[in-house]
Write a protein that binds this ligand. Structure first.
Ligand code: UDP
Ligand code: MG
Length: 326
């Protein structure tokens, strides 16, 4: 890797935490995060985004912000928008040049924050984490495994653990994510699609000690679909492939039937039932191809509607006046 490491020095760290009904662990999270951030020796802010909580979360946040002025920033959404949208909301108000995300449930220890900051200073755009001995139930782990594999295939970025939200992004990656208009986003994947230098570090993972996972099975299924469709329109293309192969199979079957019929006489062909099958294959194959083609167009519309920016300029050199604001 290149590098003029001076350029990657981190001065200001922002930590974004989505919070949804976490009254049980929020205070501990704030205390431990502040302590960890203090040890980095950088300027920092802890941005708590309340995702429409209905318990005492909001009042804990109020109090923390009052006590730690300019360090704990509370941001309130007017209803529940989901974890990833809450993080985006937090992103929209960050001031730091390195932005971290972490869950509020203390499954990822906030004590890992300094090691992520250190790693970022080595010049990485995105730093992911891999959960060591992940403490979740098998039923929670299995879908994650499938999703990780699919995402690796779809994005081409080799990250082992997309589900772990303890991550760090450089500010320009965050700005890039904010410019994406789509409604369904999955932050780690989106972040990676803009990153050039990524790396992963191992972190500890604990059982959720307080409260339950905020993801019901239904929410989880929803998330998986979001993840798949936010990256690729490959499933639509699959229709064309399957349809094409089916048609081909039908045609082959037809040829075989004709040959057999000529050789063995009309008794063999069960009065044309087999031929009917061959024709059916061909027709349904064509139908699928048609649907796949439609899908291609819909896929294109989908890409355009999302209006993702097509490139990002990281830096411009040799100009007289520098753009100062981040
Ligand atoms: N969360 C949120 N909005 C939601 C669901 C979850 O902001 O609709 C937050 C939640 O407070 C926690 C994080 O997202 O900080 C991860 O949630 P959880 O631990 O329940 O998910 P899991 O660990 O099971 O993936
Ligand atoms: Mg959790």
């Amino acid at each position: 890797m290149k590098k003029n490491l001076e350029k990657y020095k981190v001065n200001f760290v922002s930590v974004v935490v989505p919070v949804f009904n976490e009254e049980g662990c929020l205070q501990e999270l704030i205390d431990r995060s502040l302590k960890a951030l203090e040890t980095t020796g950088k300027r920092y802010e802890l941005i708590l985004v309340d995702d429409g909580s209905e318990d005492a979360t909001a009042s804990i946040m109020h109090e923390a912000s009052e006590k730690n002025e300019d360090k704990v920033i509370s941001c309130f959404l007017n209803r529940n928008f989901g974890q990833h949208n809450a993080i985006l909301a937090g992103f929209s108000i960050v001031r730091g040049d390195l932005v971290l995300t972490i869950d509020a449930d203390l499954q990822n220890p906030p004590e890992e924050i300094p090691s992520l900051v250190k790693k970022a200073e080595e010049g990485y755009d995105v730093i992911g984490t891999v959960r060591q001995n992940r403490q979740d139930s098998f039923l929670r782990k299995l879908p994650s495994k499938i999703v990780n594999k699919m995402t690796q295939l779809a994005t081409g970025v080799n990250m082992t653990d997309y589900g772990c939200m303890l991550r760090a992004y450089r500010r320009h990656i965050v700005e890039a994510m904010l410019q994406c208009n789509e409604r369904s986003t999955f932050i780690p994947v989106l972040g990676n699609s803009f990153a050039r230098y990524t790396c992963e570090i191992p972190v500890g993972h604990n059982e959720r000690s307080i409260g339950d996972s905020k993801y019901s099975l239904w929410k989880l299924i929803n998330l998986q679909f979001n993840l798949l469709t936010c990256m690729t329109t490959f499933p639509l293309r699959l229709l064309s492939f399957i349809g094409g192969s089916l048609s081909l199979l039908g045609i082959l079957l037809g040829i075989v039937i004709i040959i057999l019929r000529i050789c063995m006489g009309d008794q063999w062909a069960a009065e044309g039932v087999f031929t009917l099958f061959a024709i059916l294959f061909i027709i349904s194959g064509f139908q699928l191809v048609g649907m796949g083609l439609l899908g291609e167009y819909i896929g294109r519309i989908y890409y355009d509607v999302r209006a993702r920016p097509r490139f990002f300029i990281e830096e411009i050199l040799g100009r007289k006046e520098e753009k100062t604001e981040k």
